[in-house]
Design a protein around this ligand. Structure first.
Ligand code: ADP
Ligand code: MG
Length: 193
């Protein structure tokens, strides 16, 4: 059993996709054990997307460079550098603006392999690359190219914890232990035993 954090980002809320998205997690068998709607402040956004998490920042930069390469875009023209860490830091600024731009719905989901399962259902970071059947693939079309030309984060509807460690850190950041509920789904035994 694992728990994972999902955030329905401001575009999901504003596009009235909340029901559509939650339905997909419930249908696969995941259990909602906590949820709240809030407008994220800079403090929470900064802690959620920490500047000093080097592999996260550089990872975003690397994904962006791969996307630029495929599209024949020169990173120097777009971002003024080809250093993945510098690109990652610039993206992080846009990300903080994006996540604080309107109400979000934060949810904790529980189930077997919850972290991996949720990532699969959510799909690739870039909606353009996300497979059909995934949330990002079915409900959005954004790309690094579209986003970066107007200097904004990729609108990909949801955040989902990337690993079990990330999930533990993020759940503790967003929820108090007493906010997490415990109950049994009626189909739980049928699906597991
Ligand atoms: P994921 O959300 O799939 O775990 P990351 O953790 O790498 O992806 O990135 C966090 C968020 O940053 C993404 O969901 C997306 O909104 C945004 N993002 C990532 N790469 C870029 C990029 N090249 N340009 C703009 N925004 C980006
Ligand atoms: Mg991530």
């Amino acid at each position: 059993m694992e728990k994972t954090l999902v955030i329905l980002k401001p575009d999901a809320v504003k596009r009235a996709m909340v029901g559509e998205i939650i339905k997909r997690f419930e249908s696969v068998g995941l259990k909602i054990v906590a949820s709240k709607m809030l407008v994220v402040n800079d403090d929470l956004a900064t802690k959620h997307y920490p500047k000093d998490r080097k592999e996260f920042i550089t990872g975003m930069g690397k994904k962006t460079l791969e996307n630029y390469k495929e599209m024949g875009v020169n990173p120097h023209d777009e971002m003024g550098t080809d250093d993945p860490h510098k690109i990652g830091l610039a993206i992080r600024e846009w990300l903080v603006k994006y996540i604080t731009s309107g109400p979000v719905l934060a949810i904790v989901l529980e189930g077997p392999h919850a972290v991996e399962l949720v990532r699969k259902i959510v799909g690739h970071t870039l909606p353009l690359k996300a497979a059909p059947g995934t949330i990002r693939g079915d409900l959005a079309f954004d790309s690094s190219y579209l986003a970066n030309t107007v200097k904004r984060a990729i609108k990909n509807l949801v955040h989902a914890s990337g690993s079990v460690e990330e999930a533990k850190f993020e759940i503790a950041l967003w929820f108090k232990p007493e906010d997490i509920c415990s109950y049994k789904r009626v189909d739980e035994d049928e699906m597991i035993k």
